[in-house]
Design a protein around this ligand. Structure first.
Ligand code: SAH
Length: 223
């Protein structure tokens, strides 16, 4: 067997923590898609967090990323990515860039990611982190994701990582035929839903109960 340890013990330590996270929190919970597991193994989750939180990056829980927002629990990131069912070369829209971690995981699968973040500070930081780490196929836009990113539509998948009380209509319109939207819907407690665009309309299924920060902006105003 060829040894593939890096020369840097600090890097090896994070790699080992990540491997443990994938085995115990993700594979053990039933996420199986090899392309998703490989992407999660490759993305340095700790580098998407404020320095004071990095030691907790590989724990089985969401973590604070500043501005009262959170990066999702590793299992939830893996599950949502698997539910998207996207292939290399595909194009995905994300609403709620946050730290940029979820966008990096999707980008690591060889998928072009278009991600929108409403909070200017998080938007700037995540765009910078993604650029520094070389995720050139992840594009971040600052603003309200309610209206999606029409110039780049239709998408082979849409992932919403802040919870609206109902599904924003413009996002449904930007979903390609056969593609899935993975979205937490509800007020305080939410259901993670998969909405699929069919030839003659949309189908919807609930996966598990979840808790995300609320989607803000236009969605709070329109009926
Ligand atoms: N996917 C992120 C976690 C997102 S937390 C990660 O991997 O780190 C949810 C994010 O959605 C927050 O950063 C919040 O500011 C953002 N958000 C809330 N409402 C939004 C909206 N209308 N448009 C875009 N982003 C929104």
């Amino acid at each position: 067997m060829v040894a593939c340890n890096s020369a840097d013990p600090e890097i090896d330590r994070w790699v080992a923590l990540r491997e443990k996270m994938v085995k115990r929190q993700i594979e053990a919970m039933g996420v199986q898609e090899p392309s998703v597991l490989a992407a999660i193994r490759s993305v340095p989750r700790h580098l998407f967090m404020p320095e004071e939180n990095r030691e907790r990056a590989y724990e089985d829980s969401p973590q604070a990323i500043g501005q009262g927002q959170t990066i999702s629990q590793p299992y939830i990131v893996a599950l949502m990515t698997e539910l998207l069912e996207v292939k290399p070369g595909g194009r995905v829209l994300e609403i709620g860039t946050g730290s940029g971690y979820q966008a990096a995981v999707i980008a690591a699968m060889g998928v072009e990611v278009f991600s929108i973040e409403i909070r200017p500070l998080l938007c700037e930081t995540s765009a910078q982190t993604l650029a520094e780490l070389g995720y050139e196929n992840a594009h971040v836009r600052c603003g309200d994701g309610y209206g999606g990113w029409p110039e780049e539509a239709p998408f082979d998948g849409i992932i919403v990582t802040a919870a609206p009380e109902r599904v924003p209509e413009p996002l449904l319109e930007q979903l390609a035929e056969g593609a899935h939207m993975v979205i937490p819907v509800g007020a305080f407690y939410q259901e993670l839903k998969v909405i699929t665009r069919r030839v003659d309309g949309f189908t919807e299924r609930s996966v598990i109960p979840v808790r995300f920060v609320p989607m803000t902006g236009e969605i709070e105003r329109v009926e």
